[in-house]
Design a protein around this ligand. Structure first.
Ligand code: SF4
Length: 324
């Protein structure tokens, strides 16, 4: 789908996120720009500390207290970056929902599932408690929670990890949000449950036309669910493109490294996986030039001096590398 043909639901331009630390300001996100459209699944991939989650915590207004975001995030044409809490609360949950790796961080351990789910509908949609409970039951059925009526009376600790994640997805979809932001939603789950949750998200995308942002370090998850992919490294987008281009024609040496270190069904099992040497850079001590220089087999003198900007690749995507 071309980004030029439709109006995006969310359009982010030059997002920058800085944390004020005792050692000085640390830029966790640098000039990130992207659009997302209805019914689209956008992937954000990269190792831990690449800045993926901070992009969306900035947009959702849930940065740590020493974090500052600048730039622009237009949701249906309205600026939402740094909105006052009261206005942001009307958008969060109702139009933009976020789910995390560990549902226990978002579920209240002292309230039943019924109470937590119904509260969302009473608060955001003005439903009566009995209507809210009916709708919550429907949504638990929708995410295929077995014996949903009984589960409504359960407390979070009485459910398995996979079931808690389903409850979180059900909760986040109660208000039929335009965008569901899923931050490593399946990382803590076993492979079978992971596959079920991803299938479920695809079904929900179809039924509710929800756009999904999938934040993950797992390229297998990206391959299963995403339409377009953004690869992040050192707080920046270093490559973006259609999922097939990223998988079959990756340009950036970091994307190639990620793929070479991930098992693939379409490759000979005999082929060995190669890990990317070294570690991701510390965002507080990024070197001059390309931030991937210490780990890149193609590093040349220019890479040590000049930071590469995103440029169009031969496959029509964008990559930030001096090899272009
Ligand atoms: Fe490697 Fe240079 Fe490209 Fe950076 S700019 S990824 S160091 S070749």
């Amino acid at each position: 789908m071309s980004e030029n043909m439709k109006t995006p639901i969310l359009s982010v331009v030059d997002l920058k996120t800085t944390f004020l630390t005792n050692d000085g300001p640390v830029e966790a996100v640098h000039n990130v720009s992207f659009d997302i459209f209805e019914s689209e699944v956008l992937g954000f991939v990269g190792e831990s500390g690449a800045g993926k989650s901070q992009v969306f915590m900035s947009i959702m207004g849930i940065l740590a207290s020493n974090g500052r975001a600048s730039g622009s995030a237009l949701f249906k044409g309205e600026e939402i970056l740094n909105l006052p809490l009261e206005k942001l609360n009307k958008i969060r949950g109702h139009h933009l929902s976020m789910i995390f790796q560990d549902p226990m961080t978002s579920l209240n351990p002292y309230l039943t599932i019924s109470k937590q789910m119904s509260e969302v509908l009473v608060y955001h949609k003005g439903l009566s408690w009995s209507d809210a409970e009916k709708k919550s039951l429907e949504m638990l059925d929708c995410v295929k929670i077995p014996e949903a009526k009984m589960r409504l009376k359960s407390y979070p600790h009485e459910l398995s990890g996979g079931m808690r994640q389903r409850v979180m997805i059900a909760m986040s979809l109660l208000c039929e949000p335009d965008i569901l932001i899923a931050d490593e939603p399946t990382t803590a789950l076993d492979v079978t449950v992971q596959a079920q949750i991803l299938d479920l998200m695809l079904e929900l995308k179809k039924d509710f036309k929800t756009a999904i942002i999938m934040i993950t370090h797992d390229l297998g998850v990206v391959a299963q669910i995403c339409d377009r992919v953004h690869v992040m490294y050192g707080g920046r987008i270093v490559e973006k493109g259609d999922v097939n281009d990223i998988f079959y024609n990756p340009f950036h040496p970091y994307t190639q490294g990620l793929l070479n270190s991930t098992p693939r069904m379409d490759q000979n099992v005999q082929e060995s996986l190669v890990a990317i040497p070294g570690n991701p850079p510390s965002l507080g001590q990024l070197s001059k030039g390309c931030s991937f220089q210490d780990r890149c087999d193609f590093c040349m003198p220019k890479c040590l001096e000049e930071r590469p900007d995103l440029k169009i690749t031969t496959s029509g995507g964008l990559a930030a590398c001096h090899l272009i």
